[in-house]
Design a protein around this ligand. Structure first.
Ligand code: SAM
Length: 218
């Protein structure tokens, strides 16, 4: 299988990103909704907004992404082309920052997290959901089909998990850090050709969900 660098990978994946039946995406959507509710209040930054599913769900969300092809599918007035290695964010501006299936693609997720933290208002939150390093260790990969072949996009969930385990630093609290797994009732998500048996995935920690909240003004 060809392994692509994230920048090239998402340019290729964009055309079919929303057409696949993607169980991991369904799981991450549910995990985010359970963490923040259906309609979180205030200004939301979707870091690595992809094709904009959270922007459509949340009218007060804005998005950043470095893939023009992914962004071309988003509401145009609420997104900007940007690398999360240097996100153009206004300090103290956001009530909620969501990074869903994104930060594991960065070479230095710890640095990106520190920069995103600056964008949070006092009592603002950062929610990070990504592939669990144990799932990556077990051989799970983010792949897609295009041009008659399967492509993988290079990612490092272990680096992201290390950055999250180091904690949010002064003025912040870790509210939640937990493994999220598929449930038996998700079996319909796996009823398609080529999908694994639900029994093979329920015991694997599929996602790592982390919520940090800003506790102090400094
Ligand atoms: C798997 S998609 C997830 C999209 C969306 N968050 C979702 O949950 O459907 C990952 C997104 O992160 C973006 N991305 C990856 N690395 C990035 C970086 N360094 N800066 C900005 N965006 C990045 C990709 O272009 C892609 O759109």
């Amino acid at each position: 299988m060809a392994v692509l660098d994230p920048r090239e990978g998402f340019q290729r994946w964009a055309a079919c990103y929303d057409s696949g039946d993607n169980a991991l995406r369904k799981l991450s959507d549910r995990a985010v909704r359970e963490a923040v509710g259906e309609h979180p209040p205030g200004l939301i930054l979707d870091a690595g907004c992809g094709t904009g599913s959270w922007l459509r769900a949340w009218p007060r969300a804005v998005g950043l992404d470095f893939s023009p092809a992914m962004l071309s599918r988003c509401p145009p007035d609420r997104v900007a082309l940007a690398d999360l290695a240097a996100p153009p964010v206004r300090p103290d501006s956001c009530d909620l920052i969501v990074a869903c299936l994104t930060l594991s693609y960065l070479a230095d997720p710890a640095a990106a997290l520190r920069l995103l933290q600056r964008a949070a208002r006092p009592s603002g939150r950062i929610v990070v959901v990504d592939l669990h390093p144990a799932a990556h260790q077990a051989g799970w990969r983010r792949t897609f089909e295009a041009d008659g072949q399967t492509w993988e996009i290079r990612s490092r969930p272990d680096r992201l998990a290390e950055a999250l385990a180091a904690g949010p630093g002064p003025g912040w609290a870790e509210q939640q850090r937990e493994a999220v797994s598929f449930r038996w009732e998700d079996r319909a998500w796996f009823e398609r050709p080529g999908a694994p048996e639900i029994g093979r995935v329920v015991s694997v920690p599929a996602l790592l969900l982390t919520v940090w909240s800003r506790t102090a003004v400094f």
